[in-house]
Design a protein around this ligand. Structure first.
Ligand code: NOJ
Length: 495
């Protein structure tokens, strides 16, 4: 089963470029994160997920790794990362790194070796056709750029060649089998990277594009799942406390078949999660459930969520997110009051929740030029707004040197101001995380049952069962009310 510590965990996702700059170069860094660990603890989060912080040419914000075992100099050194592990652990906070197993940067030494004309140890590490004139049907590829006479497959952007985990359905001689020596070598190479960081103190990984390792896989991703089950066996044997969360958004496959401890519920067009916060592309306007006037219907969420929850609840966790570095900030369309209610829901659901940096103060989605392959995602990656000081406390650098501009609007939210206001979004978020951390009935494993779900609000659900008087939660309508019947005293949280 899952590591015990996940049960009462609330994660905080940090995009390291934009969280806290400590050396005045305009880019966030690891010492900056260390400096803010007490803030994160005060927020009630007890685990971090840090987006890739490894050496990279940053054509995709670090998802194009050049050296898996080296911290990017702009963020600090490997020693800084080890210090972060130690300082976090001292405060009871776990740290997940971001593992990008499906591709590297085209600057990675493995790829450079693989692109050489002469056969070498890395020739089979990536996917190549047999000749520069032979394409890869239905898949993006590049040819004519290397001495090697072949076309190489792309996993995402043009700078991200696909690592070779083999092909399930094979109709070309250059397609390796998933259990071929070269595909197994890729897998072992990735396990070696995991061991490297786990030995140094990291607590697990968020896994990028976890569903897309073996190519031409079947619908249930049986070959890719077999790779992950093998990785999970390694973890269970060697690092039983380590946790894996997948970027997959198909919990029945990611958890039940592939063996991930958690799977993200991502903002995919018209899935249940999308109907809650970002249903703005439906005909007739935004019908997001947490838009007060959206006319949303919670049953659209439940139809998608419930079967997934029921089929995976004994095996792992669905991870609800406020947002992530690829998704528009929820404050783009929701007011602070609507956000309070939405977070009350997200933080009282089963599974393991993730809060994206800045969402706790309602940071806005900004209209800024693209940066490091962010394109429309860039607006959710801007500097954290700490206080009213220079660059809102993010950095001492000259403004034009900042990684991205911060929110210049006169009412831009910031931590300092909201800390002083008991009714702010930050204060409510803190009481919600505190509530969740305090009551097992609100945590990952406690039961979830729908009490009332109609076309109109309120939506009423129950968490927990075993104390005679279950916790009741309500969400929707003009406000939510959360009477905690099982506890002594009069704990009551109103939003
Ligand atoms: C998903 C990541 O979240 C995204 O930011 C990245 O661009 C792609 N995978 C490619 O690695």
């Amino acid at each position: 089963m899952s590591p015990e510590w996940l049960k009462d965990t609330v994660f905080y996702e940090i995009y390291p470029q934009s969280f806290q700059d400590s050396n005045g170069d305009g880019v966030g860094d690891l010492p900056g994160i260390i400096r803010r660990l007490d803030y994160i603890c005060g927020l009630g989060c007890n685990a971090l997920w840090i987006n890739p912080c490894f050496d990279s040419p940053f054509k995709d914000a670090g998802y194009d790794v050049r050296d898996y075992k080296k911290v990017a100099p702009r963020y600090g050194t490997n020693e800084d990362l080890c210090r972060l592990f130690a300082e976090a652990h001292r405060r009871g906070v776990r740290v997940l790194l971001d593992l990008v197993p499906g591709h590297t940067s085209d600057q990675h030494p493995w790829f450079k070796a693989s692109a050489r004309a002469e056969e070498n140890e890395y020739s089979g590490r990536y996917i190549w056709t047999g000749s520069a004139f032979e394409s890869i049907e239905g898949k993006p590829y590049i040819s004519g750029m290397t001495d090697r006479d072949g076309a190489y497959m792309l996993n995402f952007f043009a700078s991200q060649p696909s690592l070779n985990y083999g092909w399930l359905r094979r109709d070309k001689p250059w397609m390796s089998a998933p259990d071929s020596p070269e595909a197994l070598a890729t897998r072992e190479g990735m396990k070696d990277v995991m061991r490297f960081w786990l030995d140094l103190g990291c607590d697990g990984f968020r896994v990028d594009m976890a569903d897309y390792l073996v190519k031409n896989d079947d619908e249930s991703r049986s070959a890719t799942s077999a790779v992950w089950r093998d990785v999970r066996e390694m973890l269970d044997r060697e690092y039983p406390e380590a946790a894996l969360v997948s970027e997959w958004s198909a919990p029945r496959l990611a958890i039940n078949r592939a063996g991930f401890h958690m799977d993200f519920y991502l903002d995919h067009w018209h899935n249940g999660y999308n109907t809650l916060l970002r249903d703005y592309e439906t005909e007739g306007g935004d019908h997001s459930y947490f838009r007060k006037d959206g006319g949303g219907d919670i049953r659209r969420f439940l139809r998608d969520y419930l079967p997934k929850y029921l089929e995976t609840r004994d095996r792992g966790y669905i991870s609800m997110i406020t947002c992530n570095h690829d998704t528009p900030r929820p404050a783009r369309t929701l007011s602070p009051d609507e956000l309070k209610l939405a977070y009350a829901f997200l933080l009282t659901m089963p599974g393991v929740p993730f809060l994206y940096y800045g969402d706790e103060i309602g940071m806005r989605y900004l209209d800024v030029p693209t940066k490091e392959g962010g394109y429309q995602r860039t607006g959710s990656r801007t500097p954290m707004q700490w206080d009213a000081g220079k660059n809102m406390g993010f950095s001492e650098a000259a403004e034009e040197q900042l990684y991205l501009p911060y929110d210049h609007s006169p009412d831009a939210p910031c931590v300092a101001e909201q800390e002083a206001d008991p009714s702010s979004l930050l204060s409510v978020t803190k009481s919600l995380t505190a509530l969740r951390r305090r009551y097992e009935d609100l945590q990952a494993d406690a039961e979830f049952a729908v009490i009332r779900a109609e076309a109109d609000p309120p939506f009423v659900y129950r968490r927990g069962t075993d104390h005679g008087a279950p916790v009741l939660c309500g969400a929707g309508g003009r406000r939510g009310c959360f009477p905690l019947k099982k506890t002594p005293g009069s704990d009551k949280l109103r939003v």
